[in-house]
Design a protein around this ligand. Sequence first.
Ligand code: ADP
Ligand code: MG
Length: 572
Amino acid sequence: MRDHRELGSLLRRLNGKGYGAYKALEGAWRFAEFVLFVDHVQGDPFATPSRLRVRVPMEIAAIPRDFYRNKPRKTALEDFLVRSIARWIPMITKGNRGSGHSGRFGVVDFGQCILHRTAVWVTEEHVEAIVSCGLPAAGRRILGHEAAEMLLEELPELVRRALTFENIDKVAVREHVACGEDAEALREQLAERKLVAFVAEGAILPRESGVSDRPLREGAVPFTPPPSLAVILERPNCGPIRGMGIPEGVTLIVGGGYHGKSTLLSALAQGVYNHIPGDGREYVVTRKEAVVIRAEDGRFVCGVDISPFISNLPNGTDTESFSTQNASGSTSQAANIMEALEAGAKVLLVDEDTSATNFMIRDERMQELVAKEKEPITPFLDKVKPLYRDHGVSSILVMGGSGDYFEVADWVIMMDAYHPVDVTERAKEIVRRYPLKRRPEGGDRFGRIPLRVPDLSSIRARTPKGKLKIRASKMALQLGNSVIDLSRIHQIAEVPQTRAIGYILAYLAENGRRFAGKPLGAILEVVERTLEEEGLWPFLPARYGDLAAPRRFEIAAALNRLRSLRLRDGTI
Ligand code: ADP
Ligand code: MG
């Protein structure tokens, strides 16, 4: 293996040459404290920066085994180290020096969640990290001395500061790892306690703004559990913790406008992920099979059985295998539910703010005016109970606008100036006092959960020229030449997850044989198991550092919105 002195002399020789000569850097270089792998060299100063990987032997990183002795701890430690790199880059590297991305180091973006990321991984043998590096140039001429400064001075300093136990903030890393492990443990206690979610006393739920996921700093009212719903769960690191447990079944969140209903529901939606210390939602946890359901008019739908909710459409459209390029509010919401169930959802999170009214309710007067035979929609109101009874799927609904739901609710929580109050008894009494003449329309059974077999060859991740193309943004995923609209998928925490979804779909497209004839649910099982056991690596063509693990539900969501998707039985 060549060593860092040779790298120094190579860079001096390259000074002033054309940018393409940087290719000579590819390969491994031995440094005193780590090995540098130059995995990819960019083609020009404006292209995606070069990809570097450093491997630090554990004797040098010296992180005690205790910090990564189990999976939640290891994930949290790796997440911490990614943040550590990001924190040190601006402090010890000079930044821009030359054209394009010249001179800049970078690491993957991240938000408030502790996620499995590809940028750092820790084993007993070493700590490995992927950073991007804009190899410096003036115009298209190599700036060899600047490159030497970056790779031979700044990079070793970055490794030392960000990745060795001696230098990292020990209090912070301990807290990060404990926090991740504790949240995971809380989530694991939910099922055995027959709970679907837990919100700790003192949690800060509101966010800084509609575009920031950071906690609201001023005037945030800490969460207070109502005594009747208070439970105490255990944390392996920080001991017992009290909070509100939301039981399985049907739970309504009611209350006046602006009293914090949607904020609570959003926190529950994000409770499928663990959060970093200081987020305010560290100990807000939801069962990992919880899925946000909303209306999403305009979306594509491919052969979904929405007949539990919708049948007898006026144009005779088949709703047992419903396909459309342009769903309505109600059909999109029905499809969203059926697809979530197909992917294994056990909890549905529904907010009236983002629901189709005619999907949620159909009241007595409307039943009088529009006969059942003339209304294709069976409202969620009539299906939410059978869904729990037949399939064990719980629902949490924000519903400030219709008391009809009192009839079917097991629990009613009222948000009162950001404080939850258990009003179940009062709601039940109101049901007794004002009995509805409304006729239930849903029948006794919920109906079947779809079992579609996707034709994976209909996923085209390559451009017509055969190039793998995956571009992720906050709103969309581009796969080959198709763009998948993800702007209304609430539980994608970060763009790196979207990018990972792209690679997973591409993997499915290219390994279609392995999954041939398997229903979507079973394919997702395999993908999820692989993610759990081996991480994202098996899905990637190379060691990319800009990915974070997605959930199976968001993988399914992207696939279901891919307009080229076809089913095996030729439904569409
Ligand atoms: P609702 O859905 O009941 O109409 P929202 O959840 O949208 O209400 O909340 C209304 C506003 O109150 C939002 O700006 C939100 O950030 C803020 N808010 C929510 N919960 C809290 C809280 N616990 N403390 C302070 N402000 C809050
Ligand atoms: Mg609201």
